[in-house]
Every structure is written in C-alpha cells, then in structure tokens.
Design a protein around this ligand. Structure first.
Ligand SMILES: [Zn+2]
Length: 179
C-alpha cells in the first residue's frame, strides 16, 4: 500500500529478498555486483557532485534513478547504491528520497531507537546484500572480528569500506543480533 511505513524493521523479509536477488543474479561470492543488480531492476545510476548528500532515489515513470556522490570512495558508493536500492524495493511510498550522510545513522543504530525504521531497513538491506552471511562464512570471516588487518582484507574482497565491514562482523558474530 502506498505510503506504508513499517513500524518494525522487517529483518526476515529483507533476508528473503536479498537471498532471491543473489540467486536471480547468480552471485555465488564477493564482490556482489550491486550496480548490475540495480540496473537489471530498471534503475539508472548517476554520479554527481552532491555535497553532503550521500545518495538519493528519484522514481520515474520508467523505474528510478539513483544519485551517488562522486567524491565518495568506491566502497561508500556501492553501499549507497545498495541503500537506495533498498528504498526502491521496500519503501514504495517514497517518491523522491535524499540521504544526507546516513553513515551517522548506520553507526548509531544499536543505541538509537529514534532512528527512522526505513533508514535502518535500508542499511540492514545494504549490509546484507553487500556482505551476505553465507559469503562471510565461506571466508571464515569470524576470525576477522578481532583482527583489523583481516577485516581490512575482507573489506577489499567485498568492495566495502572497512567501517562497514567491521560493523557487519560485529553484528553477525558479536553478541548483538543484526542491528
Ligand atoms: Zn535512506
């Protein structure tokens, strides 16, 4: 239903969507081709000078356009694309959506109950799509939880920032449930 805003983060639904996307696109290991997946779903990806905006989603008659901050690192750009893809798939009520440095939210998620559910969902989707649990397991990623160099190597393998990888490892292998 249009404009529907979930009251709670839909972890299992997001897990299922991510699994289907990986299956549909025959992705069997890192790095996940997030831009190819987004394009296959009808999204156009444009980079531009966006200032303090990390990314945005603009729905069109043809599908949607994801805007990405051209100054950001490749890892951050990939996370942004995955985050906006989540809004496209999960939050149909959002016609135009602008994300101003959502990393702040991402970093504080465990403690901040006030964080918008849609943003938590988009970040959980992005982390799950770019760093799938099965792929982490394949590479014995648990060993990297307390090892910054291994975490950095994993981040390169998965095409994400080291910050994103460290947070994902803590969520998957730490004592907290994912987000
Ligand atoms: Zn967002």
């Amino acid at each position: 239903m249009a404009g529907y805003v979930p009251a709670r983060v839909r972890y299992s639904r997001i897990d299922a969507i991510v699994r289907d996307l990986l299956d549909d696109h025959d992705v069997v290991g890192p790095a996940v081709p997030v831009d190819g997946i987004a394009r296959a779903l009808g999204l156009e990806i444009k980079e531009g000078k966006l200032g303090d905006v990390s990314g945005m989603l603009v729905r069109t008659d043809a599908g949607a356009v994801i805007g990405v901050n051209s100054k950001h690192s490749e890892g951050r750009k990939r996370f942004t694309i995955a985050h906006e893809l989540a809004h496209f798939l999960l939050h149909t009520g959002l016609l135009t959506h602008v994300d101003r440095d959502f990393r702040v939210n991402y970093r504080n998620e465990e403690s901040s109950q006030a964080t918008n559910v849609e943003e938590i969902e988009a970040n959980y989707f992005a982390a799950s799509l770019l760093m799938p649990f099965d792929f982490l397991e394949m590479l014995d990623a648990e060993d990297a939880v307390a090892d910054d160099e291994e975490a950095a190597a994993l981040a390169r393998t998965f095409g994400v920032s080291q910050h994103a990888m460290s947070l994902r490892l803590a969520n998957v292998y730490g004592r907290y449930k994912p987000f």
